[in-house]
Design a protein around this ligand. Structure first.
Ligand code: MTE
Ligand code: MO
Length: 230
């Protein structure tokens, strides 16, 4: 059995665990929380920044009408006028970048499968700038351990461990399947990664904050697993 399959089984178990944690049996909720922490340490130990997720061949993209569009807002979030990406937290050079400036940074591309905790998956080719590149430009304080991503979709947000955020297949994507990121998939800029479940990949980005302490997220604060590695 390959490492990635056994790891995915763990994740499905963790997802079920998180949902069960919603019931009000305190003993079992505490037990399940403990299991999640064990599971997270186990997943983090398996994680290797060098291990790349399999990239898929050209032509394997899911037709875009079959790739679901998820947003928590009642209506498709619309890019605010004069949109910029604010980069802050414990950095030497806090800054706001226009899309044009982001597109002039060194780019990375990948064609990988997306995994939603609800059970569907789909393939697309993504293009953008690595989170590690943004960090290099910002200049991180050595105390930084986590990265928080915020959006203009009714406050949807998430936070990541630094090794996952710095994985070479973790990018801020502005391109999908050879064209600009469509509004349904998070335009103008979204987090995309081959190493996390769908809900960690914040769309409609507005802010990236490099932080010393771990924060939560929209689904994470409702009991979904925080680490959520694939
Ligand atoms: N801003 C924002 N980002 C989000 C979500 C959301 O509701 N709002 N949903 C997440 C979930 S659960 C998934 S599976 C993916 C879906 O990405 P897609 O809409 O491009 O399929 O986006 C993630 N990022
Ligand atoms: Mo999802």
């Amino acid at each position: 059995m390959s490492l990635s399959i056994s790891r995915r089984d763990l994740i499905l178990g963790a997802a079920a665990t998180s949902l069960l944690a919603g019931c009000d049996n305190r003993v079992s909720a505490a037990f399940l929380k403990g299991m999640e922490h064990w599971n997270e340490r186990f997943q983090a130990a398996l994680f290797s920044p060098q291990r790349l997720a399999p990239e898929l061949p050209p032509g394997s993209e899911t037709p875009e009408r079959a790739f679901p569009n998820y947003f928590i807002s009642d209506f498709q979030p619309e890019m605010p006028p004069n949109w910029t990406l604010k980069v802050g937290g414990m950095v030497a050079h806090p800054a706001s970048f226009t899309l044009d400036q982001i597109q002039r940074m060194p780019s990375a591309a990948m064609r990988v499968r997306h995994h939603c905790v609800e059970g569907w998956s789909a393939v697309a080719a993504w293009k953008g700038v690595r989170v590690s590149e943004i960090a290099k430009i910002a200049g991180l304080d050595p105390r930084v351990r986590y990265v928080e991503f915020r959006s203009f979709d009714s406050g949807y947000w998430s936070s990541w461990d630094l090794p996952s955020a710095f994985h070479p297949q973790t990018i801020l994507a502005y391109g999908m399947d050879g064209h600009p990121l469509p509004p349904g998939h998070g335009a103008p800029l979204r987090l995309y990664s081959a190493v996390k479940l769908g809900y960690k990949m914040v769309k409609y980005l507005t802010e990236v904050n490099f932080l010393p302490d771990r924060t939560g997220g929209y689904w994470e604060d409702q009991g979904y697993e925080w680490y959520a590695g694939v």
